[in-house]
Design a protein around this ligand. Structure first.
Ligand SMILES: [Zn+2]
Ligand SMILES: [Zn+2]
Length: 365
């Protein structure tokens, strides 16, 4: 186990460790109220993707466990692999240490949503959910252990030009004669049938992608993290460890080439959507997309996330809040009793409507 030192954010007034305050966007001492500003340096620096991919160290990402000395109480604490910031379990002083991976984050989006705001956002979200168990709503009101994480992201930019081949489908209606037997007599009626006329098309679409985010920590489900997008990547600042004080932070545990594959997949989905719009008509078939990439760039940054998990009915649920703009995404339990009641109510209404229709037929000629 490697021994490392933690950063010392000692307060000039009282000596205790200062933390980054999202509300004030500076370091703040919780004990004496002393504050220390962080210079606001916007940074969006990226580099050529191919150059970055060519660096050989991506293939050997090894997590290193370290033991770190707390600057608050002097105790030694173990840090799990890929964790670069956390908290002392004895005196809860912030622990911020070095990045171990060969690539360091060049930029960071500092927290803007405070813990109190995050808690309020979550309580409102749970309160607004249909079919959430009532007991859960009570549980969350008392729930206070939100954790603030800085998560590693690989951001990809590219200008794309796509040549496509496909078919455009236009709907038209044909009359069809249907025969049926009513009260022993054969009757025929005409009904309209929807049909599609396909015609071949080809064309070209272009789209610029800027800072397409791919979470580079694969311990959090990607679908969950994508739901708290968008990230305001134009507000990132020059990386500075002071923003990490009082928060958890991890570094990437996935190779850039792997993140790039996810990015290409995400771009492709977006481009196919553009192609379908370009084709127009009522339906579309896309047979081939020849995508050309230019100006491919990449950067490595940290984004802020409030996170918590709770157990309900023997299952673990997770929720995330975008630490910059407050967007929420969460896995949620459903109350089956509430759902069953709602279904019953809907069926009763339908039954009443059907009954009324019958009555009308009988009494209103
Ligand atoms: Zn102080
Ligand atoms: Zn300590």
């Amino acid at each position: 186990m490697r021994e490392v030192e933690a950063e010392d954010f000692g307060c000039e007034g009282c000596g205790s460790q200062m933390r980054y305050s999202p509300a004030r966007m500076e370091l703040l001492c919780e004990y004496c109220g002393n504050s220390s500003p962080i210079e606001r340096r916007i940074d969006r620096e990226s580099e050529e993707l191919q150059k970055a991919l060519a660096r050989s160290h991506w293939e050997s990402i090894e997590g290193v466990q370290r033991s770190v000395h707390c600057p608050g109480c002097g105790a030694s604490r173990k840090l799990e692999a890929f964790v670069v910031a956390g908290e002392c379990e004895y005196c809860s002083s912030p622990l911020v240490t070095e990045f171990c991976n060969p690539e360091k984050p060049g930029t960071i989006l500092p927290f803007k949503i405070s813990r109190a705001e995050a808690h309020e956002i979550f309580a409102n979200w749970i309160g607004s959910l249909w079919f959430a168990p009532t007991r859960l709503k009570v549980l969350v009101d008392k729930y206070e252990s939100l954790t603030g994480y800085y998560l590693p992201f690989h951001l990809f930019s590219a200008d794309t030009l796509t040549l496509y081949k496909g078919e455009r489908g236009d709907a038209y209606y044909e009359n069809e004669v249907v025969a049926r037997v009513v009260n022993g007599r054969e009757e025929s009626s005409v009904r309209k049938v929807r049909k599609i006329r396909w015609s071949p098309v080809n064309g070209m679409v272009s789209r610029k992608f800027r800072d397409l985010p791919i979470a580079a920590d694969d311990t959090i489900p990607m679908a969950l993290i994508e739901r708290i997008e968008p990230w305001d990547s134009s507000s990132t600042r020059e990386s500075d460890k002071r923003y990490l004080s009082g928060f958890y932070a991890t570094e990437y545990n996935r190779a850039l080439s792997q993140s790039h594959k996810f990015a290409l997949e995400k771009m492709r989905r977006r481009i196919e959507y553009d192609v379908r719009r370009d084709i127009g008509g009522d339906e579309q078939r896309v047979f081939d997309m020849d995508i050309h990439y230019k100006e491919e760039r990449y950067r490595y940054t940290l984004f802020p996330v409030w996170s918590a998990s709770f157990r309900y009915g023997g299952k673990e649920y997770r929720y995330l809040i975008n630490g910059f703009n407050g967007r929420v995404s969460g896995e949620r339990p459903y109350s089956y009793i509430k759902i069953a009641t709602a279904i019953l109510v809907v069926f009763s209404i339908l039954a009443v409507i059907a009954y009324w229709d019958n009555i009308k037929e009988i009494f209103i000629p």
